[in-house]
Design a protein around this ligand. Structure first.
Ligand SMILES: Cc1cn([C@H]2C[C@H](O)[C@@H](COP(=O)(O)OP(=O)(O)O[C@H]3O[C@@H](C)C(=O)[C@@H](O)[C@H]3O)O2)c(=O)[nH]c1=O
Length: 192
């Protein structure tokens, strides 16, 4: 694997190294030891897939509050997505900055999303599937999100939105929730 840090500390792009032969290729997509060596969380609580019928489908911007905040290792197994993550760590010098990465069935790229980030994506093709490993259990009471078109986030989605869930159209704006979000996203006081 070729693991490269993005401009957001702790968020990594992971590319595969193909071992080609007449059958096709083989590549590693995950390794506990390599993750641990770079300080990535190697534990997997759940693994999920999602399937999207139409190009332009948008899912996001999702997160779980601590202590249920999740790491995510996201890939696109069919079709293509633009994957976007937003840094929600109040102490971070890149708080509220984002990174957008195209993940598709050709590049086989994955994005490692650290804890306390919002995550979402838009499909760039019909019949697009994603697969992701999550470092924490699904905890509906800790689930929250931000609006994909929140002006404070300044996210650029490449296509008109064709399909979006009702939930994703009804998150509150950052301007309404910033103080609460910062308070709930703060690191626990380990001396405390
Ligand atoms: C995320 C999740 C949902 N569900 C249920 C709740 C609901 O009935 C149905 C669909 O849930 P959602 O609408 O939240 O699915 P979706 O919008 O695909 O949610 C996902 O979006 C991407 C962007 C992420 O980052 C993921 O972590 C996750 O939040 O599946 C689970 O049972 N377990 C889970 O882990």
């Amino acid at each position: 694997m070729i693991i490269s840090e993005t401009k957001l500390k702790g968020a990594y792009i992971i590319d595969i190294e193909r071992r080609e032969d007449p059958r096709g290729f083989f590549a590693r997509t995950f390794c506990q030891r390599e993750f641990r060596a770079l300080g990535l969380n190697p534990s997997i609580a759940q693994a999920n897939i999602a399937s999207n019928v139409r190009r332009g489908t948008l899912r996001g911007m999702h997160f779980q509050f601590p202590p249920a905040s999740e790491t995510k290792l996201v890939r696109c197994t069919r079709g293509a997505i633009l994957d976007i993550i937003v840094d929600l760590r109040p102490e971070s010098s890149t708080f509220l900055q984002h990174v957008a990465v195209e993940l598709n069935e050709i590049n086989q790229r994955a994005l490692y999303v650290p804890e306390r980030f919002a995550h979402g994506y838009q499909t760039l093709a019909d019949d697009t599937d994603t697969s992701y490993q999550v470092g924490e259990f699904y905890t509906p009471e800790a689930e929250s999100g931000l609006m994909y078109n929140d002006p404070r986030l300044g996210l650029t989605w490449p296509l008109p939105i064709s399909v979006i869930s009702e939930k994703d159209q009804n998150f509150r704006l950052l301007s309404e929730v910033e103080a609460e979000l910062k308070g709930r996203m703060e690191l626990a006081d380990i001396d405390g």
